[in-house]
Design a protein around this ligand. Structure first.
Ligand code: PRP
Ligand code: URA
Length: 226
């Protein structure tokens, strides 16, 4: 990680935007993320919180959607107002933990199509293994938001995005809850065109490539497996 590339968000500040990384520093997101991190938060509450944070983050991730003017007749008179111009969006959760963020994003952009990409990190090699990929047939006309709660080594996200790019989407953004500096660096190196949105950049990875302090294993905590 290059020095100064990432700055941890302050207790109450603006989104931190460094290059292609945006740390979304909204107090509601930070508060809920702290509850998510707590090891005593059980699967039901964990799922609900991840869903809520995904919705709140989607608000920021979609901030640059283009608008166009249409004419509307209010009870008083006709006038021109803004609506989102027909931009085709897609949301692609990285299975399995990314599924925990899907509905939260769709609450804000319900017309988005959904693709799925299945990857798991081999516990021995720590390398991502792809087992499923199904994207919208018109993916080449869509701007995609790839979601996964954790960006650790960056191997899964970088591989998922490489597979997705083979289908030529119009653009890709990546959204996660917690990133490690190593993952941010890798994703930026391998996919410099992809903007990263995260609620936090943590300190480091441990010897098992878990994010420190992180939240533990996102998939296991979402689905109560272990
Ligand atoms: C987790 C997480 C990411 C990946 C991050 O998934 O949801 O996909 O690890 O690690 P990386 O950045 O080092 O690749 P996991 O492989 O545990 O699979 P799961 O979602 O099925 O639990
Ligand atoms: N995957 C997780 O679920 N958590 C981590 O900390 C790293 C990878």
């Amino acid at each position: 990680m290059k020095e100064g590339l990432i700055k941890l968000p302050g207790l109450k500040g603006e989104n931190t935007k460094m290059g292609k990384v945006t740390v979304i520093d909204h107090p509601l997101i930070q508060h809920k993320l702290t509850l998510i991190r707590n090891k005593d938060t059980g699967p039901k509450e964990f799922r609900e919180l991840v869903d809520e944070v995904a919705t709140l983050m989607a608000y920021e991730v979609t901030r640059d959607l283009p608008l166009e003017e249409v004419e509307v007749e209010t009870p008083i008179q006709k006038a021109r107002f803004k609506v989102i111009s027909g931009k085709k969006l897609g949301v692609v959760p990285i299975l399995r933990a990314g599924l925990g963020m899907l509905d939260g994003v769709l609450k804000l952009i319900p017309a988005a199509k959904v693709g799925h990409i299945g990857l798991y990190r081999d516990p021995d090699t720590l390398k991502p293994v792809e087992y499923y990929c199904k994207l919208p047939s018109d993916v080449n006309e869509r701007d995609l938001i790839v979601v996964d709660p954790m960006l650790a080594t960056g191997g899964s996200a970088a591989a998922a995005i490489s597979f997705i790019k083979e289908r030529n989407p119009r653009s890709i953004k990546f959204m996660c809850l917690i990133a490690a500096p190593e993952g941010v660096e890798r994703l930026q190196e391998e996919h410099p065109d992809v903007s990263i949105f995260t609620a936090a950049v943590d300190e480091k990875l441990n010897d098992h490539a878990y994010i420190v302090p992180g939240l533990g294993d996102a998939g296991d905590r979402l689905y109560g497996t272990k």
